[in-house]
Write a protein that binds this ligand. Structure first.
Ligand SMILES: [Zn+2]
Length: 466
């Protein structure tokens, strides 16, 4: 089985050029000018199209249970992902009380097996630190799960770790060559805000925004960065949403710390005013969407490279589930859909608006997620020998976003009605077409668990020296 993609313009994280791509079996076998099609190969005319590596979304929630509601499962999440040009996502395992990480990982892999249109990896959540055994960390890394999620908040849900626990995890995980990622929001600031808002009866979705100020995030990012400095370990900050956090990232960068950061499209694009609207609850997520001043700092940090990746924190609930908690944000299942719209939105509002280049787009959505999370050299770029995860992106394909386009679980999108001028029209996963002309053609049995190793392979980044 071979496919020759002819006459497209390749865009990688470093350059753009016209070339053909030959796919044989599950891999790219050649990239070059005027390649010949082997006998029996399918020849695809990509004139006028951009040829991109498949997007890697390192922050996706599936089957999340919140406030009595369940978010999109592997099949619906991966369907939306495939249609949006995402060929790999990384989701989470969160062990139940009394369960080991190994048990939880096996359970999660079974859940995804045969049910995903795209490849998926797993992050292990390090919760209930006192119940964890130190050897669980090397066991996870051995099993292809070298990244570990921690939280400075959500004490009520049993997810929170103290700064000291995070410091010990950073030491342990980095010793074994893994990476710790942290959801940073200062828990006591948020808790005291929520208490006050509850006393005042201010519990609308807009008040949810007010309960989690940008400085609560910046405060926690600073504490985690200090813990990483003390431990001499790399660290990854998920969903950076505030200007205060960007300031901390800049300081960490000045002194050469290995701090990686992620931003979500909703924090770059959505305004806090949406939370005050009639459907405000549908925009509610943690950390919350903020003001234009924060968004400006995030865009700059993304362009400058202080922020390394774009990920979606996809947590997709139906409008009905969101609306049920509309009068009291404490009852809301938090999260917004995003995996299916990340690439076209970042193309439109990043590249077309001149905020980032097309190479930065590929670097932040494909290459760096692969390098940071141990997927390279297999994924994240277009080169001979890599997995044939390929997106044909039509820069002149106008689309108005709505649920019929993204085909996820939710019957709404926070971007409903938004118009973009380009869209990923065809997508290939390991040599198999999964989307052709914006139609799903692949099977949900094709995607498989990706064994990851060697995190933090970003050239030029250096670990802290003792
Ligand atoms: Zn998340």
């Amino acid at each position: 089985m071979a496919t020759l993609i002819k006459g497209g313009r390749l865009v990688t994280g470093v350059d753009s050029y016209s070339a053909d791509v030959l796919v044989e079996g599950e891999s790219i076998s050649a990239v070059g000018r005027d390649l010949d099609a082997p006998d029996g190969a399918e020849v695809v005319d990509a004139a006028g199209l951009l040829v991109l590596p498949g997007v890697i979304d390192p922050h996706v929630h599936v089957d999340l249970e919140l406030k009595g509601h369940r978010s999109s499962d592997f099949t619906s999440t991966s369907r939306s992902a495939a249609l949006g040009g995402v060929t790999t996502f990384i989701t989470y395992i969160t062990p139940a009380p009394g369960q080991t990480l190994v048990e939880a990982a096996e359970q999660r892999k079974l859940q995804g097996r045969g049910r995903s249109h795209v490849d998926f990896g797993l992050h292990a959540s390090l919760v209930r630190w006192s119940d964890r055994e130190d050897d669980e960390v090397p066991q996870m890394i051995e099993a292809g799960i070298p990244s570990f999620k921690m939280y400075t908040t959500y004490g009520d849900a049993g997810l929170m770790s103290t700064d000291e626990q995070i410091y010990h995890a950073l030491l342990l995980v980095s010793q074994h060559g893994g990476l710790v990622e942290v959801h940073c929001e200062n828990d006591w600031i948020i808790e005291s805000k929520i208490r006050k808002l509850t006393e005042q009866g201010h519990l609308r979705p807009a008040d949810h925004g007010a309960s989690r100020p940008g400085y609560a995030e910046g405060e926690a990012v600073a504490a985690v960065v200090r813990a990483a400095y003390e431990a001499g370990a790399p660290v990854y900050i998920v969903h950076t949403s505030s200007g205060e956090s960007v300031q901390v990232l800049a300081e960490a960068d000045d002194v050469g710390l290995e701090v990686y950061a992620e931003v979500c499209p909703h924090h770059l694009l959505l305004d806090e005013q949406s939370l005050a609207g009639p459907e405000g609850q549908r925009y509610a997520t943690c950390p919350p969407i903020r003001s234009g001043a924060h968004r400006e700092e995030l865009w700059e940090a993304l362009e400058e490279g202080l922020i390394h990746t774009v990920a979606t924190d996809h947590a997709e609930f139906t409008a009905e589930a969101k609306d049920e908690g509309g009068n009291d944000f404490r009852q809301l299942p938090m999260g917004v859909p995003g995996v299916g719209t990340s690439l076209p939105l970042m193309w439109e509002f990043g590249v077309r608006k001149g905020r980032i280049t097309e190479n930065q787009l590929v670097d932040r959505l494909c290459t760096q997620p692969a390098e940071i999370f141990g997927l390279c050299p297999r994924k994240g770029t277009l080169a001979s020998g890599t997995d044939a995860d390929i997106v044909l992106f039509d820069p002149d394909c106008a689309v108005a976003i709505d649920p019929a386009v993204t085909q996820g679980l939710a019957d709404y999108s926070p971007y409903d009605g938004w118009e973009v001028s380009g869209w990923p029209v065809s997508t290939m996963l390991r040599g198999h077409w999964i989307v052709r002309d914006r139609e799903l053609v692949g099977s949900h049995e094709l995607g498989s668990f990706v064994h990851r190793k060697d995190v933090c392979q970003r050239p030029g980044h250096r670990a802290v020296e003792e």
